[in-house]
Ligand binder design. Structure first.
Ligand SMILES: Cc1cc2nc3c(=O)[nH]c(=O)nc-3n(C[C@H](O)[C@H](O)[C@H](O)COP(=O)(O)O)c2cc1C
Length: 210
């Protein structure tokens, strides 16, 4: 078989067998669900043991909206504040099926990479067992100013998102833990991040293991 035919066959087969994942259309947040804020604060905690069960689409929708969704449509403002309203933080969602980018304006999870990359989302064993790992990524170019200030702002801003996730999880009986430990280099490459984008923090979420 000549080389050109062989090359064409390899290209065709890799195309045929390449995994594809679909865009996930999220539900609007259920504003009447969950516990009272004071009860959620009482129950907020870090948990590192997850049941092997995926979240429902309704829970996933509520989770990402609580994290950094738009709560004032006319102004495009969000559930978490950012210094000077720069909104430089993106939420990437690592699921069993692949990695997605949360589009808060369109209420979508946009596919970034197909496949189970949960083990790449952290360095501790429990990370690969959590059905959802959120990765909070700063687009430093949106911040302006000098590099040190930019990073410092993003580290503060991400705390609000992470606490929103903690409180939503407490209110919905889900387990969660914020994580500074992430395989930043390999995950940035899998997530196809640009040089100006930086992983700041991760957070694992799931049902508590019984
Ligand atoms: C910025 C930040 C980074 C963290 N990184 C990790 C981590 O990499 N791995 C981990 O198991 N827990 C991590 N945690 C969770 C803390 O260990 C936990 O919040 C702390 O022990 C207090 O427990 P509590 O959240 O139940 O109050 C992190 C928490 C924060 C706020």
């Amino acid at each position: 078989m000549n080389r050109i035919i062989m090359f064409t066959l390899i290209l065709l087969s890799s195309h045929l067998f390449a995994q594809e994942i679909d865009t996930i259309r999220l539900y609007p947040p259920d504003l009447s669900s969950g516990k009272l804020l004071m009860q959620a604060l009482q129950e907020r905690k870090s948990s590192r043991a997850f049941a092997d069960r995926d979240l429902t689409l309704a829970e996933l929708s509520n989770l990402v909206w609580a994290a950094n969704g738009i709560n004032r449509t006319e102004e495009g403002k969000r559930t978490a504040p950012t210094a000077r309203n720069r909104q430089e933080l993106d939420v990437y969602v690592v699921l069993r099926s692949g990695i997605y980018l949360y589009d808060a304006v369109k209420s979508l999870l946009i596919p970034i990479a197909a496949g189970d990359f949960r083990a790449q989302a952290g360095v501790q064993d429990y990370v690969a067992t959590a059905p959802v790992n959120l990765i909070f990524v700063s687009d430093l170019e949106k911040l302006g100013g000098d590099a040190g200030d930019q990073e410092c702002s993003s580290r503060i801003n991400v705390g609000y998102i992470s606490q929103n996730v903690y409180l939503y999880c407490a209110s919905a009986n889900l387990a969660t833990v914020a994580r500074g430990s992430v395989r930043k280099e390999s995950l940035s490459s899998t997530m196809k991040l640009r040089p100006g984008q930086m992983i700041i923090l991760a957070q694992s979420v799931g049902y508590p293991k019984e």
